[in-house]
Design a protein around this ligand. Structure first.
Ligand SMILES: [Fe+2]
Length: 326
């Protein structure tokens, strides 16, 4: 079972009154993106691509929510705004909203959306098993011109960035990505060089409910500040490969800057246990005598590596949050 139990919430969380129940038939309007870009298009090397779960990088803008879905999510987001916290990158975000809103939880865990996104990325994806990596909501900073989020790559592998408010009603507040590699961006920033204008892509977002989906650990992106007063809200939902053999990618140390330590530690531990449990079940326990061969040693080693890596990260604890500035 997915590890979100709304009957047993972490300390400090309680459910808001959503009013509306998430209904995929009513609230989703999934429309395939016209274009899909690969890591190769972004300039990533064969080696980096080989080491990634898939060559998929990002999409053109596409629709996820219907008008009714947008209305419901806007209402939920506004109700959650009083729970904003800050991180070294973002001045106002709501994390752990899936513990506060059934609507948000059900949208973020929707099978329809997971299948749709898996098809786009070319790999089976599941909603992230760290609940604080689901349903992240960004609100515009209270100061004008201040960026919503700095240039960065994500602390997880896959996510969509969905406009909850209508970007046409805002001045500024653009979502942008760098059409190059993470190393290229690091090099530019290290040498205090300007990012070439032709490498900055600003997707045109036609309205609320539209999104960009990306392999966020590779696509460097940011969200600009508003240039005149307004309301800008975006939803970022995290996904991970469903195959437990694929290496986990969670920057636990960085998340310790963002979320309450005891909650994120428990969630990361659960996430690790869930991956190992799935791996042992699928690759060993569900196999019969005929299937058992040398591969089972590989699987046991894999399980042991996942556990060791998580133990190391948990022991090390908080790490500086990486980003490339404004
Ligand atoms: Fe991001």
């Amino acid at each position: 079972m997915y590890p979100i139990n709304l009957e047993n919430l972490p300390n400090g969380f309680e459910l808001i009154d959503d009013k509306i129940k998430f209904d995929p038939n009513k609230h989703l309007k999934l429309e395939k993106p016209g274009e899909i870009f690969s890591l190769k298009n972004f300039g990533y090397s064969e080696k980096s691509i080989q080491e990634s779960p898939v060559n998929f990088a990002t999409t053109s803008v596409f629709r996820i929510l219907s008008d009714e879905g947008c209305e419901a999510l806007l209402d939920v987001s506004r109700k959650l705004e009083k729970f904003t916290t800050s991180s070294p990158r973002i001045s106002r975000n709501v994390r752990g909203g899936v513990y506060r809103s059934r609507f948000l939880k059900d949208l973020c865990l929707s099978d329809e959306v997971s299948l749709f996104l898996s098809d786009i990325a070319g790999i089976n994806l599941s909603p992230h098993t760290i609940p604080h990596q689901l349903g992240h909501i960004n609100f515009n900073p209270l100061e004008l011109e201040k960026n919503v989020d700095k240039w960065h790559v994500d602390t997880l592998t896959f996510d969509y960035v969905l406009f909850v408010t209508d970007p046409k009603k805002n001045d500024g507040g653009e979502f942008q990505y760098f059409f190059g590699t993470k190393d290229e961006m690091a090099e530019l920033k290290k040498n205090n060089k300007k990012i070439p204008k032709n490498k900055i892509i600003t997707p045109k977002i036609p309205g609320p409910g539209f999104a960009v989906f990306q392999q966020g650990k590779h696509v460097v992106h940011r969200a600009k500040g508003l240039t005149s007063p307004g309301e800008r809200i975006t939803l970022v939902n995290g996904y991970m490969p469903s195959d437990p053999e694929i290496n986990d990618y969670t920057k636990f140390g960085e998340l310790c800057n963002v979320d309450p330590m005891e909650i994120i530690s428990k969630e990361f531990t659960n996430h690790t246990a869930a991956q190992v449990k799935k791996l042992l079940n699928e690759k060993i326990l569900e196999k019969n005598f005929k299937d058992l061969n040398l591969d089972s040693i590989k699987q046991l080693e894999k399980a042991s590596e996942i556990l060791k890596s998580a133990i190391n990260q948990l022991k090390k604890g908080k790490k500086d949050m990486e980003h490339f500035g404004d």
